[in-house]
Design a protein around this ligand. Sequence first.
Ligand code: BDR
Ligand code: CA
Length: 358
Amino acid sequence: MNAKKVIIDCDPGIDDALALLLALHAPELEILGITIVCGNVPTTQGAENALKVLQFANRLDIPVYLGEAKPLQRDYVDAMDTHGSDGLGETYLPNVTQTRPHKDAISFLAKTLSQQTKVSIIALGPLTNIARLLQKYPNCLTGLDEFVTMGGNFKSHGNCSPVAEYNYWCDPDAAKEVYEAFTYNPLLKQKQIHMIGLDVTRKIVLTPNLITYMKFLSPRIGNFIQTITQFYIDFHWKQEGILGCVINDPLAVAYFIDRSLCHGFSAYTTIETEGICIGQTVVDAYDFWKKEKNSYILTQTDIFRFMEFFITKVFAVPSDTTRQMLQQILVVHTDAPLPQISQPCFSSVQTCERGVVL
Ligand code: BDR
Ligand code: CA
């Protein structure tokens, strides 16, 4: 099999950790490096967490690089309320000592993308590293194949404000620059950003039943997943009234490997950088502005097939067995939206605007 070369840019982060776990178990991918951006946790903590996942998967051969420590223009606001003060659900797993993170993610990205061909980026955090890369080395992207980002929202409501998703809200200026680059940069004009936003990721809920099944399949991996997700599950119960946790980032990895897992449409997209709608993804779905279509917006996904994909890869079990069990666990197998909640999400002031008092 010809593995696809990929750099994973992320901010681990509980769901980033699950996305890394999936990528590390996918023979379809050759992971050239993991670059860290400030997001869920500060960059140094994110790098420690990436190394912990690599160590768990016995893949410390993959290099981790420290990227930007703050957004392009805004003050940095982490998401430790969601991911825990260590970013991995307050598990405080010991730091990895055998190897340490390398400096300068931007140089690594520039060098790799200019010296190699057919390298893709899967971005699972704020787009600060990618925007800096474009600012510093606008001509380095000759080797870029595809660009997938977990971020944004089209029709779904936000998770940081009524209209904004965290990754784009955390650094809206970076997100805007990256989307603009796919409109105007001659090296990128022919390409589109694949946007795996909340419209699809909200549907991916890791429930306690699924975790129990995972523990039967492999106590080692299942326990690891249970340990790092418990904080996240508690958060979802308190904030959204759901039993389980929305795992956004693994869907971007799964979609990168198997395009049939999500469907969408092409459009021109930009990001609001000011005012009460800061961080909002503005998708010109009806082509009002007649601009170059710089993005492919994913709006539909198959929950059942994603779970089957995740479990068969991470736990190395046959699809048939997984499918039978999922038919029992995922009783309602539809693409229906999550149940309506009786109170607004993110009711506390802190989570409502992540520290910004309205
Ligand atoms: C995104 O924000 C982060 O908290 C998650 O890791 C994910 O990348 C979801 O809005
Ligand atoms: Ca993330």
